[in-house]
Design a protein around this ligand. Sequence first.
Ligand SMILES: CC(C)(COP(=O)(O)OP(=O)(O)OC[C@H]1O[C@@H](n2cnc3c(N)ncnc32)[C@H](O)[C@@H]1OP(=O)(O)O)[C@@H](O)C(=O)NCCC(=O)NCCS
Length: 331
Amino acid sequence: MSVSIKASTGNPFARVLSVASYVPSRVIDNAEMCTYIDSSDEWIQQRTGIAERRWVGEEETVESMALAAAQRAVERAGIEGSELGAVIVSTVTYFHQTPSLAAKLAHQLGTNGAAFDISAACAGFCYGLGQAESLVRSGAARYVLVVGVEELSRFTDIHDRTTAFLFADGAGAAVVGPSEINGIGPVVWGSDGGQSQAISQTTEWSEAVANGQTPYLAMDGRSVFKWASGFITDATKQVLDAAGLTPDDLDVFIPHQANNRITDAILRHLKLPERVVVARTIKQFGNNSAASVPMAMDQLLTTGKAKSGQTALLIGFGAGLVYAGQIVTLP
Ligand SMILES: CC(C)(COP(=O)(O)OP(=O)(O)OC[C@H]1O[C@@H](n2cnc3c(N)ncnc32)[C@H](O)[C@@H]1OP(=O)(O)O)[C@@H](O)C(=O)NCCC(=O)NCCS
């Protein structure tokens, strides 16, 4: 039977209402890192820009970090947790296959709204933001919480000198809601599963557990570097084009904190004006995957390096390989 199905009615525009982060307590400097791997402070700083990274302390977990960042973001948005129509969590280090961390988090925040986790690694926050913008504009949810959280210290072999110095822990969260003027540009996103081995889990959980082991992240650093400094540079230009902007329109650039040399390579091609503030939080926080973009945004705002109302370009990229980016007005 042919029927007339009512379409959802939403909001003309969405914006990021707030951002917040949680910084884990354990500071692992390069001197300590070099007790685990054969390396040096000079090598790590020169190749990545990392001086120290944060790992969880005994009381901290993926769940506790996500909750702390989320509570701050909800408070800063000036809404109640019960008003969240959807909670999206991006993580690759919540080791419960099911239920989702998002459903638990939603309950802890006092909402029965939609809740789901996404697996898009270091692009996860930007993937979530793209979905949040669509949900708000379609009317599927009025307020959406997006969380990026990782405990990569548990998913990294600290004696593996190809990965140990890079990965870290942390959480960031943002609330997206309706707006009179547009505050989030079109998401530019995609994947290249042909390079799935470039960053991947060493073995399946079941296989590892049967052998009394833990699976870890393995990385082909050179392939990732080549892809990120080439393809991601083009994707970053597409983010600007999609929003109808040029580099001159930007105030802030927040790339995933993968590696300072990748940021430098993107900057060389993007030709941003000198005045544009570039996130470099990798120096203190390392690469904490889905948490890195919202953590960097929060740090720039709380330290006064960036200001509310400024225009920022976000780009996340990583295991999959996957990427996503968009222009936002800073909350
Ligand atoms: C990981 C990365 C820093 C390694 O640097 P690289 O220059 O490719 O390193 P290579 O494996 O080619 O090794 C170069 C040299 O450094 C040495 N080396 C490798 N790892 C080292 C370490 N942890 N400490 C000290 N020396 C190291 C190698 O032995 C080699 O020495 P040699 O020239 O005497 O043979 C680099 O590939 C990279 O930045 N990749 C991108 C990774 C990334 O950003 N991932 C996150 C994406 S989300």
